[in-house]
Ligand binder design. Structure first.
Ligand code: ATP
Ligand code: MG
Ligand code: MG
Length: 577
């Protein structure tokens, strides 16, 4: 695993370690625990996306790095599953799978916030007994209206002065199922005039007569995020609770709850502290689970794992490697200031990862027939190319040179523009374009044929028999163009999907336009390409560099034995203009 570069969080951790307060920590049972504990706490209400990858690499990356140091470190995997309405095991499973695929290991430290329901309920009662929480019976709308706006104070609830005994009875009645959804809520008694609206008696429990995917029908009250999160952190002895900037306003509440429970002797120092970092915003895509869900539900993409989706399952299927995602996260770093990261940064990380790893292969994506007129129709000349130029030990690919070949349509121009060094017809006493057919022969264009609509149907050429690559004669030919080709006799017609960005707007998620209006309706193009013979054996999940085109993966789901289907992951050059 690649080490994270230095960032402000490391400085905080280094400072905390140097203070000595985190040495020889023990949990509530007196068991030794690492000095540094981080956690990754997604809510299982959707599939993880590339933004989550940043948080995963950060939290698990810090733990991996500080593991080496005195006191040690670890990262807990926690499913923050306290809202039964939107959560599902399908999502929980996919989250764990995504973290593992990215290369991180939580060992035995997998937790569920729902495992803390008993403790959360006990702590809520302790706060009630100490006058720090009360049951409110206003409607949701009244609570919202009475909270007040910024610059204006809120209004106390008429139920705010209920006695602890009354509150306890009501709260237990809520859990005993005596009330309907929305009849009562539990609120912390903080300050309705607090300048930070988050602190105006936040709601921490509400009634929801809904089955939970793990606790079934045991509970009909569920704790809210602000209450659950800090307590889960404290119960797990998290030292550094790292979240995105939108939770900055919630930090005083995090600290308030922890210190209220500390005063009751429930938690001891060092208690967890929350630190915020800037979320990942990536151009031409969106990183919001809710909006991604909308794309899936409205069938604007082919599911969560559509290769155009920024979900981990999507980018995985598209062909990105775990190493490239970690490299990307390392390169973008971690800061406290929001910014946009260019999609090309992600693509470059993939190219840098695969350049030395991906075997090379030939694919003609837009085929045009090339006929070598001085080559016998029945003849064939064996040719070969290294599977990877830097890995001779990987061996060679073998293929045939024949009279009829496929080349890229773009490698021929009837009227060549200035600086076009590939194939073009002779004009007057000017000879036709000369190119080397990679790993084959040098040829010279002698003409072309058109159909009734004026489309080029065939290019004609002659070859130079002494110019074969790897033979001494090949040195006598100096040509500027170097193009790929496949014998028509052995080309494998193969489905290839070419993907483009999912949105036309670099910032589809911000600004006044609705993100759905920015959808690129031409983001997926399915073609039949011609592949060199050995590609028939490509296995689902194998990655290749198709020479001159880019990196491709044999699709995990749609490839069959002897019949791969390819997705283009990225081109060789940046096309995110
Ligand atoms: P979304 O906003 O997409 O619904 P979320 O923030 O609700 O996502 P959680 O499941 O609560 O998703 O997130 C788990 C962790 O991942 C949190 O710590 C959250 O801050 C972090 N995270 C979510 N989105 C991003 C992002 N774009 N960049 C960095 N971290 C993120
Ligand atoms: Mg969330
Ligand atoms: Mg969010």
């Amino acid at each position: 695993v690649i080490a994270e570069p230095s960032n402000f969080l490391r400085q905080i951790i280094d400072h905390d370690l140097a203070s000595g307060a985190y040495q020889q920590r023990t949990d509530r049972n007196g068991q030794a625990i690492p000095s540094i504990i981080t956690r990754f706490p997604p809510e299982p209400n959707g599939y993880l996306h590339i933004g989550h990858a940043k948080s995963i690499c950060l939290n698990f990356g810090l733990a991996n790095d500080y593991k080496q140091q005195a006191g040690g470190a670890r990262c807990n995997m926690r499913l923050d599953d306290t809202n039964p309405v939107k959560e599902d095991v399908e999502y929980a499973d996919s989250i764990l799978d995504a973290v593992q695929w990215l290369g991180f290991d939580w060992g035995t430290h997998l937790y569920h916030a729902s495992d803390y329901f008993d403790q959360l309920y006990a702590f809520a009662q302790a706060l009630i007994e100490n006058g720090k929480a009360y049951v409110d019976s206003q409607s949701a709308d009244e609570i919202h209206a009475n909270r007040g706006n910024f610059g204006q104070v809120g209004k106390n609830s008429p139920h705010r002065e209920r006695t602890p005994a009354e509150n306890l009875t009501l709260f237990r009645g809520m859990q005993d199922g005596r009330y309907q959804d929305g009849e009562h809520v539990l609120r912390l008694k903080i300050d309705m005039a607090h300048p930070n609206i988050v602190m105006r008696d936040p709601v921490v429990y509400r009634i929801r007569h809904t089955e939970h995917h793990r606790t079934g029908s045991k509970w009909c009250i569920y704790p809210l995020y602000d209450f659950t999160h800090c307590i889960s952190d404290a119960l797990e002895n998290v030292s550094h609770s790292i979240c995105t900037l939108e939770f900055e306003n919630n930090r005083p509440l995090y600290d308030w709850i922890i210190s209220a429970l500390q005063e009751l002797g429930i938690f001891k120092t060092p208690v967890p502290h929350q630190y915020e970092f800037a979320r990942l915003n990536l151009t031409y895509t969106i990183t919001s689970k809710r909006k991604l869900l909308q794309l899936v539900e409205e069938k604007r993409v082919d599911g969560w794992d559509d290769p155009r989706m920024p979900t981990i399952v999507g980018i995985r299927r598209r062909g990105y490697t775990p190493e490239s995602i970690r490299l990307f996260c390392e390169r973008i770093g971690v800061s406290k200031a929001d910014s946009w990261i260019d999609m090309s940064t992600l693509d470059q990380a993939l190219r840098d990862d695969l350049e030395s790893k991906a075997p090379r292969a030939t694919a003609v994506l837009k085929p045009l027939k090339l006929v070598i007129q001085n080559f016998d129709v029945l003849a064939c000349e064996p040719c070969s190319a290294p599977c990877h130029p830097q890995h001779p030990e990987w061996g060679n690919r073998e293929f045939q040179f024949t009279r009829d070949l496929w080349i890229e349509a773009d490698d021929f121009m009837q009227d060549p523009v200035k600086g076009f060094f590939r194939l073009f017809p002779p004009v007057g006493d000017q000879p036709g374009g000369r190119v080397r057919l990679r790993h084959g022969f040098v040829i010279e264009c002698t003409g072309y044929e058109l159909d009734a609509n004026g489309h080029v149907t065939q290019v004609n050429a002659t070859y130079f028999p002494d110019s074969k690559s790897g033979t001494p004669g090949s040195n006598n030919y100096k040509v500027k163009g170097n193009i790929h080709w496949i014998s028509a006799a052995e080309a494998i017609p193969t489905e290839v999907r070419l993907y483009d960005h999912l949105f036309n707007d670099p910032h589809p998620d911000s600004g006044d336009k609705h993100f759905l209006e920015a959808i690129n309706l031409n983001s997926k193009q399915t073609i039949t390409a011609y592949l060199e013979p050995c590609m028939k054996e490509a296995k689902a999940g194998e990655r290749f560099q198709f020479e001159r085109h880019g990196y491709f993966i044999a699709d995990q789901l749609d490839s069959a034995s002897g019949k791969p289907v390819f997705n283009r992951t990225v081109g060789l050059k940046d096309s995110w203009k």
